[in-house]
Design a protein. Structure first.
Length: 461
């Protein structure tokens, strides 16, 4: 089974009326990919062909589907409803695609197709019989099941969102090999026992790292490596906030030259941001997150029930990132939708070379303020201020950020903040590259140092 759609097509499979043709372009747009509707790509009159019998249709559809799946450029493909009947198509799906079954209630599907001219939807009894026949085939061919666009995107990124998912962690960690649980002392005390129970016999060891940013140190990773007893069939499960998943993810990236890991984010920051997308890192004296690796988690398990124990102070950090994501998406987003937004951007640009940088909206200013405050400024507050500056420079009304986050100017040294901003990696030559927000969404643009400094100054009291 494929774990995600990195480098693979997203193949939408399912019965007539499941929404494959409707959803394919929507998923493709979010992932920045082309989309292909197999019914159209056949280039034949399907109805006329079916008049000659289903065999005649399959003789054209099967090889054409395999051909489309063989193309190297990953796309989003809406498969014909019966394509998975073919063994050759199933083999091509297994090697080239991440297949998502669009689950639909048979009554809803019939309502959608009863007035269409589809050859296999002429009478309800046949339609229902066919649905019963095909269900097991779909189930066997699919890597995941989804019911909406966000669901397809989350599945394609290996992200599982479910209230109460922690209790099913043992099933959600891919494979059957041993598991090492990595967490911090606070989270261990609250959710550790439930995670251990859920992991059952697969759990071979539990490791506690320091809480918060203190985990992101080389000596912490070294100690973890020295404690681990996994072989290459093993998986590291990281249960905690962004600091914990960043550190455990990096440990997994390098241990035995890379073992799989599963992120179970327990903070709002983690669930909408840090746990997703495979960026792992630790800090060094020269700066935060300067040593790391791209190591996409085998699965991300998002259980919003875990947030119930999160202190308000920590929740506010996550709110800033969620509001940032809403600004980028241009619409209101709950945790699941915000996670899906980040998942799509990361699938689109896993190595952070282009569109993924949109996630840095406001962060150039935030990092500068944090550095000038010797990191004694909560990241969420710095991001809220950074969003104000980014919106002002974009010529947009900052009212939504004021209403949601109420950022207050901070007392830091103006020159130190400016120097920190200039050291930021986004600088090219004299102009400063920023993520800004237009009517059609985010874009990258170079702005003059004078403009940027003026915007920074408004954030400082
Ligand atoms: N890799 C990425 O893409 C990415 C993105 C954003 C942020 N980050 C990183 O994430 C880190 C910040 O992560 P964070 O904001 O999640 O905080 P955190 O991981 O530092 O955790 C903060 C505190 O919350 C506690 N905690 C965690 N879950 C809890 C729960 N459910 N109930 C009660 N207490 C709980 C922890 O024990 C800790 O004391 C930063 O180091 C940042 O660089 C990484």
């Amino acid at each position: 089974m494929a774990l995600n759609a990195l480098g693979r097509h997203v193949a939408l499979v399912g019965f007539m009326g499941a929404g494959k043709t409707t959803m394919a372009p929507m998923v493709a747009e979010r992932l920045g990919r082309n989309w292909i509707d197999m019914d159209e790509a056949l280039g034949v009159d399907i109805q006329a062909l079916f008049e000659q019998g289903e065999e005649a249709f399959r003789a054209i559809e099967d090889p054409r589907t395999c051909e489309v799946l063989a193309a190297s450029e990953p796309a989003v493909i809406a498969l014909g409803g019966g394509a998975v009947k073919s063994e050759a198509v199933r083999a091509a799906l297994a090697s080239r695609a991440f297949s998502v079954l669009l689950d639909v209630d048979v009554d809803d599907a019939w309502e959608r197709v009863r007035t269409s001219d589809r050859p296999l939807a002429r009478d309800e009894a046949t339609f229902r019989r066919l649905n019963d026949e095909r269900r097991p085939l779909y189930g066997g061919a699919a890597d995941a099941v989804a019911a909406d666009v966000d669901g397809v995107i989350l599945a394609a990124g290996g992200v599982h969102h479910e209230l109460g998912a922690l209790e099913r962690l043992g099933e959600l960690v891919p494979g059957t090999g041993p598991v090492a649980l990595v967490t911090d002392s606070t989270v261990m005390g609250i959710h550790g026992a439930a995670a251990q129970t859920a992991l059952g016999d697969r759990l071979v060891s539990t490791h506690e790292l320091p809480r918060g940013e203190a985990a992101k140190q080389l000596q912490v990773v070294e100690r973890l490596w020295s404690e681990l007893r996994l072989d290459r069939a093993g998986t590291i499960v990281a249960l905690g906030g962004g600091s914990l998943t960043d550190t455990a993810g990096l440990a997994a990236a390098l241990y035995l030259r890379g073992v799989p890991w599963v992120a179970v984010p327990t903070t709002l920051v983690g669930q909408v941001d840090a746990g997703i997308g495979g960026k792992t890192a630790i800090d060094i004296p020269q700066g935060k997150n300067l040593v790391g690796a791209f190591h996409w988690p085998a699965r991300v398990v998002i259980d919003e029930a875990l947030l119930e124990t999160l202190p308000e102070r920590e929740r506010r950090q996550g709110e800033a990132e969620r509001i940032k994501t809403e600004l980028l998406a241009g619409r209101a987003l709950d945790v699941r939708a915000a996670a899906a937004y980040k998942t799509a951007l990361c699938l689109r640009d896993p190595r952070d070379r282009g569109t993924r940088q949109w996630l840095n909206l406001g962060h150039t200013f935030a990092h500068a303020l944090e550095a000038a405050a010797d990191f004694d400024l909560p990241h969420g507050e710095a991001v809220a201020l950074g969003l104000l500056a980014a919106l002002r420079l974009s010529g947009r009304d900052p009212a939504p950020v004021v209403a949601a986050l109420d950022p207050q100017p901070v007392e830091v040294d103006r020159d130190r903040a400016w120097e920190a901003l200039l050291r930021d990696k986004k600088r090219s030559g004299e102009a400063i590259n920023l993520v800004l927000l237009g009517d059609d969404g985010p874009y990258l643009e170079a702005r003059s140092p004078d403009e940027v400094r003026a915007a920074l100054d408004t954030l400082i009291s």
